[in-house]
Design a protein. Structure first.
Length: 316
């Protein structure tokens, strides 16, 4: 007889549910793919695997002891009320690092090799020969050298790039970076970078980390790549910099408002590549996510420490 209940608030495939149920017969796995369905089943839930989430959900679940986030970013959970509870929150840190790192490399090659010009020329059947660049020898600046940033750095080094980074704890090992400094050394990073990759979490301290003044510090030939969170960049300031050619371009997977509104000038700027927040998507990353939840479920039922526990006050 099950003694715990786990609420799965996304449209989980039968194979996913089967894997979860195989962890233990002592837990009831209940699928609730909409917020409304989750609210109906929340009163006796001990665990939530949160695809969909709402403030009302945890308030309707007096037995709730653990929430597993679908993503690495957890800002949607961190309301003052939820932060004050003893409910454990774990995230998907590391699960999406490989496809996101490949996405960043794709952004860099897209601009360096001039694919944005070539796509436009192909549409009009123009043979528009242009000089292309190499990423080899260029400097990649990474803001946030965590799991994703480290995977980006590892791949950039194989392309012969110089890799520099900022992070809160620069003393930690960073085998694939040539120079790592404290977060307050961001101006140095901006001035040195040919490509700037934002791979950090969105917190009160990092919101609008890149604004008008920061963009002024960058080379006019530099590109901004954001695979972190849209709120890391002041979008209006970025649009101005792009329109005025103060930077060369931007590869953007995340935005302050998603989906990106149709009226946003970003859609039509020729020096911008937009992807629909799918940098982390991959069948293999989904498999890793289910692996993580199942391992954490086993640990939770056994009373063992969970993986990827979030410091709710710090925000990551």
């Amino acid at each position: 007889m099950p003694t715990k209940k786990a609420l799965i608030t996304y449209d989980a495939a039968a194979a996913d549910l089967e894997r979860m149920r195989a962890v233990s017969e002592s837990v009831l796995i209940a699928k609730a793919p909409t917020v409304e369905e989750a609210l109906e089943q929340a009163s006796d839930a001990d665990i939530v695997f949160a695809g969909r989430w709402s403030e009302e959900l945890w308030k309707s679940a007096p037995r709730l002891g653990w929430v597993q986030s679908w993503g690495a970013g957890v800002e949607r959970f961190l309301t003052p009320g939820f932060v004050a509870t003893p409910i454990q929150l774990t995230n998907a840190k590391g699960i999406y690092a490989i496809p996101i790192a490949e996405h960043v490399i794709g952004f860099m090659l897209y601009f360096a090799r001039g694919f944005h010009h070539m796509v436009q020329s192909q549409m009009y059947r123009r043979w528009d020969w242009r000089q292309a660049e190499e990423v080899s020898g260029k400097t990649l600046g990474i803001v946030g050298l965590g799991g994703i940033g480290a995977e980006v750095a590892r791949r950039a080094k194989t392309f012969g790039m110089r890799v520099i980074a900022t992070r809160r704890r620069p003393e930690l090992p960073a085998e694939c970076a040539d120079d790592v400094r404290r977060s307050d050394q961001l101006p140095w990073l901006l001035a040195e970078s040919d490509f700037l990759a934002l791979c950090t979490a969105l917190t009160a301290e990092t919101r609008h980390l890149i604004g008008i003044e920061e963009l002024k510090l960058m080379k006019p030939t530099a590109y901004v790549i954001n695979v972190g969170r849209g709120g890391l960049i002041d979008e209006e300031g970025l649009i101005d910099a792009l329109q005025e050619d103060r930077i060369a371009g931007a590869g953007l997977d995340v935005f302050e408002e998603e989906p990106l509104p149709a009226e946003s000038p970003l859609w039509t700027l020729p020096n911008v590549l937009i992807t629909p927040h799918n940098a982390g998507s991959s069948p293999r990353s989904h498999e890793r996510l289910i692996d993580l939840f199942c391992e954490n479920l086993r640990r939770y039922l056994a009373g063992d420490p969970l993986l990827n526990v979030v410091d709710k006050k710090a925000g990551y």
